[in-house]
Design a binder for this molecule. Structure first.
Ligand code: CMX
Length: 433
């Protein structure tokens, strides 16, 4: 058994015992109450599942195994070619629950390189899509095509016992994560670079190799990829991509089915697609101002016009957060250091100043502050990646780290099939009013 899997193996039985005892001794403890309005508001604030990898605090933002993003960007091991934390490290932390050493992250880089073998039929699946198909459609379909090699599916068909489900799920999860940069860069090069594909460089870390296969080999872009793939990796269990993935996985659907379901949720404009919507919106704003960066007053008029048209301001607001997203701040810090004079960064800052008071004045927006998607696109544009309808795929590649860690743990502790009950309005009125 490889070292990472061995380490995980040692963590599993104590966790199983902890949960069994917790439920046995405290099973009737009430952990929340459900208000009628929550039934009609997308289950906001209802505690309804367990996710061990990370927890979102409305004010402090995301914490991974108890560590804030700021802390982790300092504490996680870096590449020897840069200052940014490696996403291999956040994966290790989510999976094992401990901070990794430099040796741990290089073990994971090597493991993913070793496992990055994408069968030819997956490329053929991608090739069969017309170029007009959105990159997320092609991404999700390619993940499903990869399912053919699922170890879990085979183990299940062979009658493996429940306590061993996690072992083949681990294999699937690691293989899937390893293959995603190849799949994503294949889609990118097919759609935008005349199908001129670039072979992996097995000496690089996961992010730098991904950047390389996309066609961006300069150090700054590789650093951006490390940051990008780290900060988008997980946002507890209740967001649409995590929850969709969790739900589908709970039916013992394998890692590929489960992750693809998560990606279909991420592809919605209120979730991950917001990163492309932000760029579209910013570029249209510039275009409508004759190609110039609009002044603060002009931005304000533009924001109000967007709202009056009945549209949302992409990149602002959140269902849980009630302050500026620390993932936004991490990207802002990167921009301040590396591209502070870039005109679109100046625009993003202007939008940051202008939007919150306008959203606050509507009296209905619960969080007027920017989220992760408000910033990510312009960093990519700066380094020449202008094909913004691809940006959600990058988010998806990163999200695999969280969703696959979650799935492995769900299998390890034997999470049951998810099956809440639904009501009808008639029953709500009859039984509760
Ligand atoms: N612009 C305009 N109106 C907004 C808004 C925004 N950015 N954010 C919220 N609102 C509106 C809602 O549409 C809702 O209006 P109605 O009552 O007319 O339906 C009202 O304010 C209350 O919404 P809320 O409780 O504050 O927010 P929700 O939890 O319902 O929704 C979110 C959260 C993210 C979907 C919403 O803020 C939004 O649409 N933001 C823009 C899209 C976006 O950036 N999504 C990415 C989120 C991060 C991610 O998942 O990647």
């Amino acid at each position: 058994m490889e070292r990472l899997k061995e380490k995980l193996n040692k963590k599993i039985q104590p966790k199983r015992d902890e949960i069994r005892n917790l439920v046995k001794n405290n099973g009737d403890t009430v952990v929340g109450e459900i208000r009628l309005r929550q039934l009609y508001s997308g289950m906001r604030g209802m505690p309804s599942m367990i996710t061990e990898t990370s927890k979102l605090d409305p004010h402090d933002g995301i914490k991974f195994r108890g560590y804030s993003l700021d802390e982790l960007l300092e504490l996680l091991p870096k590449s020897n070619k840069g200052e940014q934390a490696l996403p291999e490290g956040i994966f290790y932390l989510m999976l094992i629950g401990e901070l990794p050493t430099q040796e741990d992250v290089s073990m994971i880089s090597k493991e993913w390189m070793k496992r990055s073998k994408v069968p030819d039929y997956v490329f053929k699946t991608i090739d069969s899509f017309p170029n007009e198909s959105h990159p997320m459609t092609q991404f999700s379909a390619a993940i499903l095509a990869l399912r053919n090699q699922s170890f879990f599916m085979k183990a299940y068909n062979d009658g493996v016992r429940k306590e061993h489900y996690w072992e083949s799920t681990y294999e699937d999860a690691m293989n899937l994560i390893a293959c995603l940069p190849i799949i994503a860069s294949y889609i990118y090069r097919k759609l935008y670079k005349n199908g001129e594909y670039i072979s992996p460089d097995y000496d690089l870390d996961w992010s730098a190799n991904f950047a390389h296969m996309l066609g961006y080999s300069n150090n700054d872009f590789q650093e951006l990829m490390r940051l990008y793939l780290t900060i988008h990796s997980d946002h507890e269990g209740g967001n649409v991509s995590a929850h969709a993935s969790h739900l589908v996985g709970s039916a013992l659907s394998d890692a590929y089915l489960s992750f693809s379901a998560g990606m279909n949720g991420l592809a919605g404009p209120l979730h991950g697609l917001a990163n492309q919507e932000v760029v579209k919106w910013l570029l249209k704003m510039v275009e409508d101002h004759g190609g110039n960066i609009p002044t603060k007053e002009e931005v304000s008029i533009y924001v109000k016009k967007t709202l009056n048209e009945g549209r949302v301001i992409p990149g602002f607001g959140h269902a849980v957060l009630r302050k500026t997203d620390p993932r936004y701040t991490a990207q802002r810090n990167f921009a301040l250091k590396n591209l502070k004079d870039y005109d679109l960064f100046i625009l993003v800052n202007r939008v940051f100043e202008v939007v919150p008071p306008i959203l606050q004045a509507t009296g209905k927006v619960k969080n007027p502050w920017p989220n992760v998607d408000a910033h990510s696109g312009i960093l990519l544009l700066k380094y020449g990646m202008v094909e913004y309808d691809f940006f959600t795929v990058l988010f998806g590649v990163s999200r695999s780290l969280g969703l696959m860690s979650q799935l492995i743990w769900n299998r390890a502790v034997g999470s049951p099939i998810e099956r809440p009950v639904s009501m009808t309005t008639e029953l709500v009125k009859k039984n509760y009013l």
